[in-house]
Design a protein around this ligand. Structure first.
Ligand code: GLV
Ligand code: MN
Ligand code: MN
Length: 441
């Protein structure tokens, strides 16, 4: 990534030391707009400056990966970065009832706008591009349009959706799902993190009122269409001569919590045949998930477990696995979850669905319009979840632009996109915004 390879990547150039305000100072003169302004610009220098102001936040120096979780000090610094970038561009910043940040060029109450953007949070030890690329290119595209003298007929918005990865509370796309009503506020707020802190409490600790959280039709009413640019999380474009693709569909996917019950007992005195070991049940289930995925053509992952009591010399009394399953067809997803549950004794296992997103098709007219503007790049479906999918399922015309990822690796510090491809993303986003916001709806 860029921190290790300055000059070859659009990623972070250097981890930034914190200043007293926690941010590089942006200086004065926010009212001045255009490429001449320090900090603005859609070329590689402008892009590098945007990255460099963000790169230090939540970066783990030992791995180079990111730990940016909802409603933590890192999240606050990300939100402050977003606000600063809006301030320097004279965009009007608002927050919705879930705390997602929306910045506007123009008046969305007069006419629903064209919105772009993505998320800034990460998975544990995530890469620099998943999420931030969509926000950074959004600002750079606005800089480009302004430098070109473009005047939008419809307002243009940039959004920073909170808690997309669900890394802290386990609820994917919590920010967009709550405002669209796909996730009841009560269900989100009562979820606890690994330390037992509820989302409501995390909200309070960050100076917010959890009672204000809920569906936000007023905010959604301002969104005429949504185009999310994102690094590709696979190798669909890797061997392609084109740096960009257009998203057409997101696979159905979900997360399940699987609790296995055992009986604690002494490791040195309990015969193997007499044991009820929660962890061996979990291990069988993990292998069943793999077998089922291969048989059904699904993707099944257990990436997180908790074992009780966690003593070297005690038989595990309880074990919890979080199961992530995705597939092109919902039946394959459901089949794999059932296979995993069936791998354990029924009286000793409980499966709870923590999050579910049905198959999502992006808006065909919007996809066609993007295709025409961008000279017909490849059309692609994806198994990764995105806020664009949540908005699409809420009836908002949405689509995605994917930027080539040479290794296909994502959710890892090794995630990478070449700077030239990111710049192609800025060009594409600017062209799409000009097309969508340059005409009367
Ligand atoms: C989000 O990145 C997901 O698909 O898990
Ligand atoms: Mn992700
Ligand atoms: Mn993402």
């Amino acid at each position: 990534m860029g921190a290790e390879r300055p000059g070859t990547s659009a990623g972070p150039v250097e981890p930034r030391p914190s200043t007293s305000s926690g941010h590089e100072r942006l200086g004065s003169g926010h009212e001045r707009l255009g490429l001449g302004h320090e900090g603005l610009g859609s070329g590689h220098e402008g892009l590098d400056r945007l990255w460099s102001r963000l790169a230090w936040i939540g970066r783990d120096p030992s791995s180079g990966g990111y730990r940016r979780f909802a409603w933590t000090p890192e999240d606050a610094a990300l939100r402050e970065w977003f606000a600063s970038e809006c301030g320097v561009r004279n965009l009007d910043l608002t927050e919705d009832r879930m705390g997602n940040q929306w910045a506007w060029w123009g008046q969305p109450d007069d006419c629903p706008g064209v919105v772009t953007g993505s998320h800034l949070d990460s998975v544990p030890d995530g890469g620099p591009f998943d999420g931030p690329l969509g926000v950074i290119t959004a600002f750079a595209a606005i800089d480009r349009l302004r430098a070109d003298g473009f005047r939008p007929v419809r307002p243009i918005g940039v959004v920073n959706f909170g808690d997309e990865e669900g890394a802290r509370f386990g609820l994917a796309c919590a920010g967009s799902k709550v405002i669209t009503g796909a996730l009841p506020a009560e269900r989100a707020l009562t979820r606890a993190d690994a330390d037992g802190v509820s989302m409501a409490e995390a909200y309070r600790r960050s100076g917010r009122d959890p009672d204000s959280v809920g569906p936000d039709p007023e905010t959604l009413g301002r969104v005429g269409s949504f185009v999310e640019l994102h690094i590709e999380q696979g190798r669909g474009l890797a061997e392609h001569s084109r740096p960009l693709g257009i998203g057409t569909k997101i696979w159905p996917h979900g997360r399940w919590r699987v609790d296995f019950r055992g009986e604690a007992n002494h490791a040195g005195t309990t015969a193997i045949a007499d044991r009820h070991d929660a962890l061996t049940a979990l291990a069988e289930a993990v292998l069943a998930a793999r077998r089922s995925a291969l048989a059904r053509g699904s993707l099944a992952t257990v990436g997180k477990t908790v074992i009780q009591p966690g003593a070297v010399n005690a038989i595990p009394s309880a074990a919890t696995a979080w199961l992530d399953v995705r597939a092109a067809e919902e039946a394959a997803v459901r089949g794999t979850v059932a296979d995993v549950a069936a791998a354990a004794e029924p009286s000793r296992v409980t499966v709870v669905e923590e999050s579910w997103t049905p198959v999502t098709g992006f808006d065909p007219d919007l996809v066609a319009r993007l295709g025409a503007v961008l000279d017909q790049p490849p059309l692609m479906g994806t198994g990764a979840g995105h806020d664009a999918g949540v908005l699409a399922n809420a009836g908002i015309p949405a689509a995605m632009i994917f930027v080539r990822n040479p290794s296909g690796v994502s959710h890892s510090p090794a995630e990478h996109a070449e700077r030239a491809d990111c710049l192609a993303g800025v060009d594409a986003l600017a062209a799409v915004l000009a097309e969508l916001a340059g005409t009367v709806p």
